[in-house]
Design a protein around this ligand. Structure first.
Ligand code: PLP
Length: 448
């Protein structure tokens, strides 16, 4: 016997929702990431369209954060929404062991966009477990243990991924073993006393190789790098660095894993950020832009030798929702829409025509800007209290800047002493110019 369905009527006498009420309800019951829970702020987002979002009170904002740098196709893209609706009506879920057409199609479209030599995709629930499984694949493939990654990096919040991470979020979470960190190239705050990109590159490569030798090359399974470290500050690799890392990894029999979770799928004006550097890693991890985050998903793109290593050996890893059909349908729709609407080219053009020149103009005008770095729709503006000694501005100043931006209708993404300018890849030239104008005004209001 089926039980009757009870219709829940909304109380017509109930007051309409407000920002204040939604914020209070959220803070009462929702436990938030990376934060002390008392006194948290936050914007109650009610809806969005393209590069714009609005709050519960009806205020509109240009989304220059892409949420957490993932809505590359913006909000409510009709083709992704329709694909998920259609899939939920057809087959809402299916276990990973069963073959499924939409999952195979998603994997095919992803592999087609990767460099030559990649063969298969292992799907995960997001970016952290993509890195987790890439590390597992590398360890099993090489029979080695250690993983080398960078200080100034973020790879996700789970077991090995958080210990591979090179920022403060690692310190309370260091329970995984075999992780070693190196400095990467970052000329603006050089660890190598370098005065040119060439020096920085050569010394960072020499440092990496010396660490490998001193750790015992035969113990190193993987080098794990974000192609362009994102949250750490959009740290553009100097010419020759990634090719040099590739050469070192090959020479010592180490698996090279490129983390494209933030930089991949259009953000840099390329399908993958690594396309601009002409290198082929052994494993690529992805999430975020692959479906603009409409359904949680990530994965590892696996090259032929590593994929075939497991033809007759068990891969000891898996997830209940690996290759979930709603995620797969959203990936297929996203990648087809990106192709048809030339979203990758749009990101490149907005970077070259509006964001790059616009932000550099702001650097000429505002003393507080120490450096502007980036490409496509992936930029960081480094804010300093003193240009000569490059002292980072403090948290209170960043808090004031965020307030000035939000009150002028721009939703910002900040990290440490930086404003990251990371709008959706579908942003128009006019919206990009409008955003740069708002940043200009907010900088004047914050720094005078
Ligand atoms: N890798 C990079 C480069 C990231 O930026 C992130 C998230 O910001 C992750 C991994 C972790 O992804 P997720 O939060 O989906 O687990």
């Amino acid at each position: 016997m089926t039980s009757p369905i009870v219709a829940v009527d909304l109380d017509p006498a109930q007051a309409p929702l407000t920002n204040q009420q939604v914020l209070e309800d959220d803070r009462a019951r929702v436990f938030h990431s990376w934060s002390a829970q008392a006194g948290l702020g936050g914007l109650p987002i009610a809806g969005g369209q393209g590069s714009t979002v609005w709050d519960v009170d009806g205020n509109r904002y240009l989304d220059f954060s892409s949420q957490l740098v993932y809505t590359n196709l913006g909000h409510q893209h009709p083709r992704i929404v329709a694909a998920v609706q259609e899939q939920v009506a057809t087959l809402a879920t299916v276990a990973p062991a069963h073959a499924n057409a939409i999952r195979a199609k998603a994997a095919e479209l992803i592999v087609q966009r990767a460099p030559d030599g990649f063969e298969k995709v292992f799907f995960t629930n997001g970016g952290a477990d993509a890195n987790e499984n890439a590390i597992r694949l590398a360890r099993l493939f090489t029979g080695r243990d250690k993983v080398i990654s960078r200080y100034r990096s973020y790879h996700g919040n789970t077991g090995a991924a958080i210990v591979a991470t090179g920022d403060w979020r690692r310190y309370p979470n260091e329970y995984a073993r075999g992780h070693v960190h190196v400095f990467g190239p970052y000329l603006y705050r050089s660890e190598f006393w370098a005065t040119s990109e060439q020096e920085e590159c050569a010394r960072a490569l020499q440092h990496l190789e010396r660490v490998i030798q001193l750790e015992g090359a035969e113990t190193v399974a993987a080098i794990l790098l974000e192609t362009i470290p994102g949250t750490a500050g959009v740290l553009m690799p100097p010419a020759g660095y990634l090719a040099g890392v590739r050469e070192i990894a090959t020479r010592y029999g180490i698996v090279l894993i490129m983390d494209e979770v933030m930089a991949g799928f259009g953000r840099t004006g390329e399908w993958f950020a690594l396309d601009a550097y002409g290198i082929t890693p052994d494993l690529i991890t992805f999430a975020k832009g692959v479906n603009s985050g409409y359904v949680p998903v990530g994965g590892v793109i696996i090259n032929e030798p590593i994929a075939h290593h497991f033809d007759d050996r068990v891969f000891p890893g898996g997830l209940t929702y690996s290759g979930h059909p709603l995620a797969a349908a959203s990936i297929v729709a996203t990648l087809q829409a990106m192709q048809d609407e030339q979203v990758v080219a749009n990101a490149r053009s907005v970077g070259e025509q509006q964001l790059g020149p616009g932000l550099r103009r702001l650097a000429d005008k505002h003393e507080a800007i120490g450096e502007v770095r980036g490409v496509g729709v992936f930029w960081a503006v480094e804010l300093v209290a003193d240009r000569a000694d490059r002292t980072p501005v403090d948290d209170a100043t960043i808090g004031r800047l965020k307030g000035e931006l939000t009150s002028r209708g721009l939703l910002p993404f900040t990290a440490a002493n930086r404003l990251h300018v990371v709008p959706p890849a579908v942003i128009t030239a006019e919206e990009a110019e409008e955003g740069v104008g708002i940043i200009d005004e907010a900088l004047s209001a914050t720094f005078g």
